[in-house]
Design a protein around this ligand. Structure first.
Ligand code: KMH
Ligand code: ZN
Length: 272
């Protein structure tokens, strides 16, 4: 098994300070949290940003500043979101890819997202895939439903993506695939050989799915984007606290944790 890659998703587009008072919002706060998470054992930061009012934005300049701050304080792999928030246009969402981050997310299908629709029609997905290739950005395929794996593989056949791909299974979004162990097993079994994967369990499914990923040879995403609690009714003190718990569990289960440099080697990013 490869060493365990821990991704932290510290802010997302949906959580607010009402959900967790410790949510980082500004570029400086996100960078400080990134540094704490790297010290705790994270290798990748899945990055969303907020505007001055604390609302989700895909503004390129805010991404640029946040990335600069994170790079000054960490050697984390920076993975910008192209999902943004469900209400955003495709053009808005694509902006951070122009900054040539090492990685960015690519959702390969449409899904209900609570009361909203996270719209990724085929022409949009293909446009995004072409932009990733043009800017030299490695995609992380975000899978909210099982059919999204097949959609990604269809893009490989079309020459728009190449194997081996790295997938992230986002499980437990209301409207998407439930955050249950049997569904994770099905998703993992649906991948072609050589692909890597992580799991981002939403809410209370975060911890059990993370443990499964540690045992199955997958990788783990935690953070306030997915879950703001440490335990039932107990808000997490920080994103780093959630990362620390995964590191402890991985240690108990005999799975070494990857540094950012080791994660680059596992994901084929080294030397880029
Ligand atoms: N906020 C969700 C609508 C991504 O970052 O690529 C989409 C999302 C996925 O968070
Ligand atoms: Zn996201």
């Amino acid at each position: 098994m490869d060493k365990l890659i821990i991704t932290v998703a510290p802010v997302g587009a949906e959580a607010t300070r009402r959900d967790n008072a410790n949510l980082p919002l500004t570029p400086a706060e996100i960078a400080a949290e990134a540094a704490r998470c790297e010290a705790a054992g994270a290798a990748i930061i899945h990055l969303h940003v907020r505007d001055a009012a604390g609302n989700a934005t895909q503004d390129k300049e805010i991404f640029r500043q946040t990335i600069e701050f994170i790079k000054k304080r960490t050697s984390l792999i920076i993975q910008t979101s192209t999902g943004g928030a469900a209400r955003m246009t495709a053009e808005e969402r694509l902006q951070p890819v122009e900054l040539r981050p090492e990685m960015a997310t690519l959702t390969t299908g449409t899904v209900n997202f609570g009361d909203e629709i996270f719209a990724n029609p085929q022409p949009v997905v293909e446009k995004f895939a072409r932009a990733f290739a043009a800017y030299g950005v490695k995609p992380e395929i975000e899978v909210f439903e099982a059919g999204m794996i097949n959609n990604a593989l269809a893009l490989v056949k079309k020459g728009l993506l190449s194997l081996p791909l790295h997938f992230d299974f986002v499980m437990g979004v209301p409207g998407g695939i439930p955050g249950e162990p049997r569904h994770l097993l099905h998703l993992v079994e649906s991948l072609p050989p050589g692909c890597t994967w992580s799991v981002a369990g939403i809410g209370r499914s975060e911890l059990p799915l993370a443990v499964m990923a540690i045992l199955l040879g997958g990788h783990v995403r935690v953070g306030f984007e997915d879950n703001v609690f440490y335990a039932k009714g107990v808000p997490a003190a920080s994103n780093a606290q959630l990362v620390e718990r995964i590191v402890r569990l991985a240690g108990e289960l005999g799975r070494p944790v990857a540094t950012a440099a080791e994660a680059r080697a596992i994901l084929g990013l080294a030397g880029k």
